[in-house]
Design a protein around this ligand. Structure first.
Ligand code: ZN
Length: 336
């Protein structure tokens, strides 16, 4: 299909671009008990969502960043549910990888908001525009130096690099379930270890808005407003630095609430009986594969969370959970 590339705006043959990178879907299938992907409607799918979005040059640019992340972070670390204590040096390819997904997600969200006739916050388009400029090499951004309050009472000034718009974070996902006193929905572990998901997240007043991306084992955030978020300072990814697999988090109730609400929205449909039968059949045909699979490994390790699950279901966790937030569950897939 010919059209305008959404990134460089050149007229070209458009590629079918994945919103969530292809290697993620491939990994979920390969390491699952059945070898199938499932979307949020509980239907089996071959692949993640694809749409004609980018020209082949832009698509290739994005796939270089994807290869970088896959090689240096995703492949070595997804062997573990809880990463070993480790420090991995990174260069600007890491933040480019984050922004390449966040840009695609925000692009789709803005288009969906426009189509739905809802009011569009001008902030979103400004942000999308600056992310596009980042990839087009016009990289001088007027980033504010920001005071960050971390618990218990540590204040630091964060000076972001001028070459990167907004603030971007990668959090090893298991850190989200280590918080004392928090309650979690059933399937929380399954979601953070084996699902792929991406959405615009927002509180009801829209004073806090960010792109949230869940990949197996990695939770990723790109801020829109405010410029930085509380409690996750150690997860900031700049133009170069070191990625730590273990670090303390501050108060991140907003993130746990968001994840709980995604888990609730995504796993709300029971699997049809016919599908359960199919899954049983696939597993019985190749029980060794299922037993050795990542899916079963996660299920076995899920015991610890169980006692905190019931209470969460009772209490509800709806601060971030308005139905509107789940509009683009189409970006979600998981293992069946
Ligand atoms: Zn292009």
């Amino acid at each position: 299909m010919e059209g305008l590339c959404a990134l460089c705006e050149k007229h070209a043959e458009l590629q079918l671009s994945h919103i969530i990178p292809k290697f993620i879907a491939r990994w979920i299938k390969k390491t699952g008990a059945t070898g199938y992907l499932r979307n949020v409607e509980n239907e089996r799918v071959q692949d993640g969502i694809k749409e004609p979005l980018l020209c082949s040059d832009c698509e290739q640019q994005f796939s270089r960043y994807e290869n970088y992340f896959a090689k240096n972070f995703f492949r070595p670390l997804t062997k573990y549910v809880k990463f070993p204590k480790q420090t991995i040096p990174y260069d600007e390819n890491l933040v480019k990888f984050i922004l390449s997904i966040s840009w695609r997600v925000l692009y789709g969200e803005i288009r969906d908001i426009k189509q739905s006739g809802e009011e569009l916050n001008p902030n979103l388009e400004e942000t999308l525009d600056s992310w596009k400029k980042f990839f087009m090499g016009q990289n001088q951004f007027d980033n504010p130096g920001v005071m960050i309050l971390e618990e218990p009472s540590e204040t630091i000034v964060y000076k972001p690099p001028k070459t990167i718009p907004n603030t971007h974070y990668i959090i090893p996902s298991y850190l989200l379930e280590d918080i004392p006193g928090r309650f979690y929905y059933k399937h929380f572990r399954e979601y953070i270890t084996r699902a792929a998901d991406a959405t615009l997240a927002s509180d009801p007043e829209k004073t806090t808005q960010f792109i949230f991306i869940q990949l197996p084992r990695f939770s990723i955030v790109s801020t829109i407003n405010p410029f930085v978020l509380a409690g996750i300072r150690s997860a900031i990814i700049t133009d170069k630095g070191e990625f730590h697999t273990r670090f303390p988090l501050g108060n991140i109730d907003y993130l746990v609430n968001l994840v709980n609400s995604r888990v609730e929205a995504i796993f709300h449909l029971p699997l049809p009986l016919s599908e359960v039968e199919k899954i049983k059949k696939i597993i019985s045909e190749n029980p060794e594969r299922a037993k050795e699979s990542d899916t079963f490994k996660i299920k076995r390790k899920n015991q610890v969370l169980k006692k905190r699950v019931k209470k969460a279901t009772k209490k509800g966790n709806r601060t971030w959970g308005s139905k509107k937030l789940h509009r683009n569950r189409k970006n979600t897939f998981s293992i069946g």
